[in-house]
Design a protein around this ligand. Structure first.
Ligand SMILES: N=CN[C@@H](CCC(=O)O)C(=O)O
Ligand SMILES: [Zn+2]
Length: 402
């Protein structure tokens, strides 16, 4: 059983050697980013050395992974882990032909409000532990199933205990008993003031049945003015303004992206906004798959995330998301791995050191030592053997987590 509770930091250096194939995903290595017969050294939670095993420096300890493949830990840049309740009935109805409706968020909001703090905390911790057991070493999660000031504040506090990055999603759905305009005032006002100490990001569900582009803009601008980074749920249920708004406001990511015009794709390609695709969500909602192949071909930056939530994607299994991106979205294994590691880090603006924190999402000297070793000789096995339990070992911030 692994948990996200952090044991004491290992002292001294640790050599991880015998790596048959190492996907460093290091942009500085260009075409040479995959190493064979490789090793790396971890020290003080950081990567101290990466290279060929026969040139590895001495270390205080060594682990031989006996020819297995290794890659950066997954960076899951989009989850909604703070929830209680079950919507399997809604899922079954969808599999019987019903469309996904944003209104299902209200069902989870009711169940979440009924859960006491300890129950909610345990549910979130279990989900985060499940993500880590599947190779996720850096995790974002959101509020959004509270939708009142005290409930969003509670969600933000609990999220901050379990995740590396927290996003305020008060603008997930207009709750019952309040007009949309009054609710947007609340989201931009006292609700924002309450959550700001616990969150780094703000998000808005800019979609029919949720928030209009005008309402979304108000929320994003207020949150930006409060110092938060921006993200947008957009273009999930149909064509719309989500992508354009995200690009215009310099959001770090726009997520879902199922319905994109050529103009949307060109706008993303010419911007610093990452297009985050959510393969498990697309399958679970029987939506048209997000056009990840076209986005990459156009030059956009793509991230893959799990979107773990009870309505549209009840999984934190990033191995599965990566396999689906290869098998169904037309990405190569290297492209999919990059999108689920470096792409996620770019979507969270964590691909470079900042505020004294090391970069995540790729394996280079000085970066956070987040490593995922597969029980397979190459990363191709992620797609070649979909659904198999391929996560063999995980180092998170230099500590052996699995
Ligand atoms: N799109 C908005 N939010 C979630 C769904 C939330 C729900 O249905 O509970 C999503 O990312 O798919
Ligand atoms: Zn989502």
């Amino acid at each position: 059983m692994i948990t996200r509770e952090k044991p004491e930091r290992n002292t001294g250096s640790e050599l991880v050697t015998g790596i048959g194939e190492l996907l460093t995903v290091d942009p500085a290595r260009g075409e040479e980013s995959v190493l064979h017969d490789a090793a790396l050294v971890v020290e003080d939670g950081l990567i101290a050395w990466v290279g060929h095993a026969d040139q590895a420096p001495a270390a205080d300890r060594a682990v031989d992974v006996e020819g297995r493949a290794a890659l950066p830990g997954w960076v899951d840049s989009h989850t909604h882990l703070v929830f209680a309740g079950d919507r399997s009935g809604e899922f079954a109805a969808r599999m019987a032909g019903q469309d996904y409706q944003a209104g299902g968020i209200g069902v989870t909001t009711r169940a979440t409000r009924e859960a006491d703090d300890q129950t909610l905390r345990e549910l979130v911790a279990e989900r985060a532990a499940g993500a880590a057991a599947g190779g996720t070493t850096y995790l974002e999660t959101k509020t959004g199933y509270g939708l009142t000031v005290p409930e969003e504040l509670r969600a933000a506090r609990i999220a901050a205990e379990a995740a590396d990055e927290v996003t305020y999603l008060g603008a997930h759905l207009v709750p019952e008993g309040i007009t949309a305009e009054d609710y947007v005032d609340l989201v931009c006002g006292s609700m924002l003031d309450a959550v700001v100490p616990f969150v780094q990001w703000a998000d808005v569900f800019c979609e029919r049945g949720a928030f209009t582009p005008e309402q979304s803009r108000r929320v994003l601008e207020a949150c930006r003015d409060a110092g938060l980074g921006l993200r947008v749920h957009g273009n999930q249920l149909g064509h719309g303004q989500g992508v354009a708004l995200a690009v215009e406001l310099g959001a770090a990511s726009v997520d879902h992206c199922n319905f994109l015009s050529d103009h949307d794709i060109a706008a993303l390609a010419g911007s610093a906004t990452v297009a985050t695709v959510l393969p498990a969500c697309d399958l679970s909602t029987r939506a048209p798959l997000a056009p990840a192949r076209q986005l990459l071909d156009a030059g956009a930056t793509v991230a893959i995330a799990s979107n773990c939530n009870p309505g549209t994607s009840y999984t934190t299994a990033m191995n599965f998301c990566v396999a689906t991106a290869v098998l169904q979205m037309g990405l190569s294994v290297e492209e999919a791995v990059r999108a689920a590691t470096l792409g996620g880090a770019q979507a969270l603006r964590r691909d470079a050191p900042s505020d004294g924190r090391p970069a995540v999402g790729y394996l280079a000297v000085g970066n956070r030592a987040d490593l995922h070793v597969l029980d397979a000789p190459s990363a191709v096995h992620l797609a070649y053997r979909p659904g198999m339990p391929l996560t063999w070992a995980v180092w998170q911030e230099g500590r052996r987590a699995l």
